[in-house]
Design a binder for this molecule. Structure first.
Ligand code: DX5
Ligand code: ZN
Length: 217
């Protein structure tokens, strides 16, 4: 379905070669580049911070979609704006004032996103739907690529109803592959993050599998 955007997560790319990996995955048809920021506190893993994200930006020609798995968030918003982030997503579980966080993200000139862990109900973001451009429904417990998909179809349907006419994307993150993608798209998702399912079998030297994998989703 061409109206559905594919956002490859560079968490599954070669960490020593992010520039060429981003160029390769965009040449193979990525719609957005998904950047997973982890702090070793909100999630049990560490990735990269604002200086690295700013360096990625030089290679991103599409949309840089930054997923913050960090707590607290607000002190870092300006750094991610300065890094050239297009869409900045924070978790609703990351602190008590997500409403303020969404306002601050938009105030810094970015599109705002709100993410929900699998255990968090759709109602937790209902009060944010006028302040956000994207709701990210996690279909794994965040922290690592390559985990098994957790079925959140009912939550996606409920969110699509709650969103109504508002121009809000529903993004799915975790365990997306050719088997699971149709379930969430049917429920109302329009952006699919995929890491392992997109990068498997390919490399910067042999990028054609990236394109095949994207088209298979
Ligand atoms: C999980 C990350 C995801 C993850 C997706 O914490 O937010 O973006 O890398 O990877 P796959 O597609 O391998 O589940
Ligand atoms: Zn992510």
């Amino acid at each position: 379905d061409r109206s559905v955007k594919i956002a490859p997560s560079i968490l599954s790319a070669d960490f020593a070669d992010f520039g060429r990996e981003i160029q390769a995955i965009e040449a193979q048809g990525a719609d957005w580049i998904h950047v997973d920021v982890m702090d070793g506190h909100f999630v049990p893993n560490l990735t990269f911070g604002p200086p690295a994200v700013k360096a990625f930006r030089k290679h991103v020609k599409t949309v840089m979609d930054v997923h913050l798995m960090i707590s607290p968030v607000d002190a870092y918003i300006d750094a991610y704006a300065d890094a050239g982030t297009d869409i900045l997503t924070a978790h609703v579980e990351a602190g008590p004032h997500s409403h303020r966080t969404m306002q601050a993200i938009r105030g810094a000139g970015m599109k705002s996103g709100i993410a929900l862990n699998p255990g968090t109900p759709a109602e937790a973001v209902e009060h944010l739907l006028d302040l956000t451009d994207l709701v990210c429904v996690m279909t794994v417990n965040p922290g690592f690529g390559g985990q098994k998909f957790i079925d959140m179809t009912a939550k996606v349907k409920k969110l699509r109803e709650m969103i109504g006419d508002r121009p809000v994307h529903i993004e799915i993150d975790g365990g997306v592959d050719p088997t699971t993608a149709p379930l969430v798209v049917a429920a109302g998702a329009d952006v699919l993050v995929a890491g392992s399912a997109v990068f498997r079998g390919g490399s910067v030297e042999n990028p054609a599998p990236y394109g095949e994998n994207i088209r298979a989703i």
